[in-house]
Design a protein around this ligand. Sequence first.
Ligand code: HEC
Length: 167
Amino acid sequence: MHTLLSALKIAALFAIIPISTTAYAGPDHAGGHMEHMNDVQKKLKKALGNKYYQPVPAATKKQLILGKTIFTKSCVACHGKKGNGKGPASATLKQKPADFTDAEHSKFYSDQGRIYIIKKGIKNTPMSGWENTFNEKEILSLHAYIRSLRTTKNVKKHNHSHGGHDH
Ligand code: HEC
């Protein structure tokens, strides 16, 4: 009986593991991932209209402090302490959290687009909306903080050639 049970357990384990390890297509941003981002960008532009391109003023010191405090509480599980997308929960996610330190990637959506994402989330991904949790001031501070994480050093190879950067 016992051996049968443990055999079943092992079989069950093997049945589970491949689901979480193979579902993710890989860290390169070719193909489906870029298509997805283009699609999200299109929807943001449609929802925001001209506001999509409206510049967001430079962050104040207060915003950066408040933004960091909230980020540390509410965003690090997925986006990681450094904002590089490698939070403890990210390993189990099929859609990987954005890397805010990536110079290229973090510029893909406009500032207004990212503020909108923080408010509303991204449909069909683990990124949920926070407009019911945080007020406008807090959301703008979160945006100011994640924008401050963008670096110029950390430029990864991206396949951004097909029409992503038209801003
Ligand atoms: C449960 C995990 C999870 C949590 C918690 C989370 N995010 Fe996300 N976030 C994601 C994922 C996954 C994506 C990428 C979605 C996609 O593939 O389009 C994302 C994308 C984003 C983007 C758009 C990409 C970019 O580079 O601009 C922004 C902005 C963002 N998150 C901000 C935040 C902020 C701010 C918080 C905290 C208030 C937060 N997220 C909390 C999972 C999470």
